[in-house]
Design a protein around this ligand. Sequence first.
Ligand code: ADP
Ligand code: MG
Length: 688
Amino acid sequence: MTRATSAPPPVTALKGVGPALAARLEALGLSTVVDLLLHAPLRYEDRTHVSLIGTLRPGETAQVEGEILAVESRNGRRLQYRAVLGDGSGRLTLWFFNPPRGLAERLKRGQRLRAYGTVKGGLAGLDMAHPEITPLPAPLDTALTPIYPTTQGLMQGTLRRLIREALGLWARQSELLPDLLPARVREALGLPDLRTALEDLHRPTQAAATPLATPGGARLVFEELLAQQLAMRRWRAQAEQWRAEPLGIGGALAEQLMAGLPFRLTGAQQRVLGEIRADLARDRPMRRLVQGDVGSGKTIVAALAACAALEAGRQVALMAPTELLAEQHARNLAQWFAPLGIPVAFLAGSQKGAARRQALADVASGTARVVTGTHALFQAGVAFARLGLIIIDEQHRFGVHQRLALSEKGRQGALHPHQLVMTATPIPRTLAMTAYADLDVSVLDELPPGRTPVHTAAVPDTRREEVMERLGRACRAGRQAYWVCPLIEASEKLEAKAAEEAHLALTEALPDLRIGLVHGRMKPREKEAVMQAFKAGQLDILVATTVIEVGVDVPNASLMIIDNAERLGLAQLHQLRGRVGRGAVESSCVLLFSPPLSQVAKERLAVMRETNDGFRIAEKDLELRGPGEFLGTQQTGLARLRFADLARDAELIPQVRELADTLLREHPEAVEPLIERWVGAGIGYAKV
Ligand code: ADP
Ligand code: MG
């Protein structure tokens, strides 16, 4: 099968689409005629019949026809238009606030109109705010009316017209969007062909609950999931071709390291380490995801895995999502490795001047054997002498293409480095099967002994003073506490300001206690100094922004207060709370919230009170947020899903996987075009 040689025509190929309209469409991600064809409606409205005004009830969504009996425009704070529509059975007031240009011409006395909207009971009878209007005469719709996702300044009517034209163009030039599912495969699944599917989607004649519940919608969901699955298989196959240096288990070094530890590995840690070592012994690069709840002890597993590379004379890179965490890792690893004669280096974006030059030189010469850092580790200008293992901590949000790109960057000659990804976010199975199909998964399903679940309470911030008082008492009794100040906006500046204010308030309220402050706007060295003071017990309370969300490990801290907890998602709350409950003392977490709570926020706080189980929390999170947000936009490593929804369509996945097998075996020619249509080409090596 040959690829489509020409790119699909741009939207400007359609009648009436100039640069301004094209820009609006672009904002929706619609740049070609094919994009328009694949733009799925959100829902349908039934405008196939007209109601009499006299029969309308408040709350009802209806379509009426009549004559404009009176018009009034007012110029108050905003421009208002009011038109009274009558059809002989009754009268209805139509309201328009700041109406679009051109509306005034249509709202003339005596003009006949069709109006569609939601009826409300006003003081002076029934009205409709912002109805969609059509000047009469005009034919009545015979199919349901699709309502599309749209954007500022782009009217439903315009989108509908363009999609209708795109369907027309496609009818004349079917090569624009060929049906890629072999007929036999499609028929076996009872799915319609592509033309039927898209016509059904954009102009359904039968009542359908939701667009994707139509047979056409189902076909598109299926095709998209299939393409995803095929893309994952392809990437996996590609990576299977790679070679890596087989590593021993690094046993001698690992034993020395273990000998210095104050604890023994849990059964789960031993098992996972065994799985990693088996991977490392192969001549293919390891690509393993270790999933373990917060506090399950992933760092030591990573360090023991590193021994294998180190003993073979290779370097190890450990990448963390924040500088604070990267620094902590540098410190922990140095504590473990320095006594064994293995230098640990730290590399971060904020590093400048001589320190940076020295770090870069050590990495390039191979003097630095273990290198921790942020993604700055893999930026231009960083060259490893002989990288054998890349460890990515708490970065499950990386997509498949980023994982592959990292592997490419660390490549030396024909050899790729091994890769270990660690995450505390449990990934529900169906998601893992698609989003992480390129990784093998190990689960650390056991916490080190002696951990006690964190007792969690949600408290309205009207009781803030009481919380502070109790905090004071607990600290005077020798406990250490975090006070976390999150903000919704991802603004480090605002977040830092909130933390500074909280720090001030606490210092005033509890003058006898030692209170520290750490936030993202501080220099790495300052941050680390504060963290060390807290860890050493020289501070009672650490006021922090969400910089402490991941990885921070101070076992003696047993209290956490999260301010504005209603603003945080479940994953973040769980991560934050995971900073306490690490020692033997019973720990508590107070979720301070400002009422009133939204329904979702209520459910989130309730889940946090009920359970400490990361897996249950993740499932609830998925339920509340949906997989798009759960994984973030780039997290699947794939283009955004247009039709499918990994949570809603989970039960299709096994069938999709089976179909992917069939296709690869019996219709290999269909595979590339499907991937290209839904996932896009070239994404496999997107930038990190
Ligand atoms: P996470 O999985 O969240 O990254 P860490 O690696 O930070 O967890 O480990 C949390 C704490 O548990 C650390 O203080 C670590 O030293 C300790 N720890 C790890 N493994 C064990 C074990 N087997 N027994 C006791 N403590 C352990
Ligand atoms: Mg960790």
